[in-house]
Design a protein around this ligand. Structure first.
Ligand code: DX5
Ligand code: ZN
Length: 219
């Protein structure tokens, strides 16, 4: 199975020491930054000013996950600020094709996320517009939740569609990723793995990254 990336989520890091927390995941492929607006999801995290500082000091690429309403309005600025990828929710975008194009033209990889109950089929024609498809494996909003097994068939269908298209769209999974669940997600075809508590909940985050990488590669 073609896996590539472990992206730790700083949602489980110490928000008052972000720079040193970033220094603990130098072996990660990117840092996953969860932007929440207390409207699209019932939680509030951080926004563009903090993301700009993360971009300035991060030793690894920055992967933005926007859990916000009116993504059409707010997402492009994150790409312009220099994020390597910007992912908006399909449920929160009025014009997802236009938005994905705008993200790319602002220099970021364009990502689109689906909540666990949102089917992938209506969006398959959009694959050429995307660099990344995020299949949420928990309801977005909080770290530390359990992986939803019901998302595995959707991961499989999305991965099959990507393979069939010949495009290189990453299939990212986010939520409840552990050394056990990462194996099933990788077998289903996911290629990029977000992990919050499994990385920052460990006394040695880089050792946790290495174990996740090994588990995914062995799937
Ligand atoms: C949840 C966030 C995730 C979260 C994952 O809405 O999108 O990125 O940090 O945390 P874990 O890995 O603990 O489930
Ligand atoms: Zn996330």
């Amino acid at each position: 199975m073609m896996t590539c990336c472990i992206n730790p989520s700083i949602l489980s890091a110490d928000f008052v020491n972000l720079e040193s927390e970033l220094g603990r995941i130098r072996t990660a492929d990117a840092v996953h930054v969860d932007v929440m607006d207390n409207s699209f999801v019932p939680n509030l995290t951080l926004g563009l000013p903090v993301v700009k500082r993360i971009l300035a000091v991060s030793p690894v690429a920055v992967d933005i996950h926007l859990m916000i309403d009116d993504a059409d309005r707010w997402a492009p600025a994150y790409a312009e600020a220099g994020a390597s990828s910007v992912t908006f929710h399909a449920e929160a975008a009025a014009a997802p094709v236009r938005l994905a194009r705008e993200l790319r033209s602002n220099g970021a990889k364009a990502g689109m996320a689906l909540r666990p109950a949102t089917p992938v089929e209506p969006y398959l024609d959009m694959l050429p517009e995307l660099d990344l498809l995020l299949i949420m494996t928990v309801e977005p909003g909080f770290g530390g939740q359990s992986f939803l097994e019901m998302t595995l068939p959707k991961i499989r269908r999305a991965a099959d569609a990507v393979r069939g298209s010949g495009l290189s769209v990453a299939i990212q999974v986010d939520g409840g990723i552990t050394e056990e669940t990462i194996v099933r997600a990788a077998e289903a075809g996911a290629t990029v793995f977000v992990a919050g508590s499994a990385v920052y909940g460990d006394a040695d985050p880089e050792a946790a990254i290495a174990r996740l990488r090994k588990a995914a590669a062995g799937a």
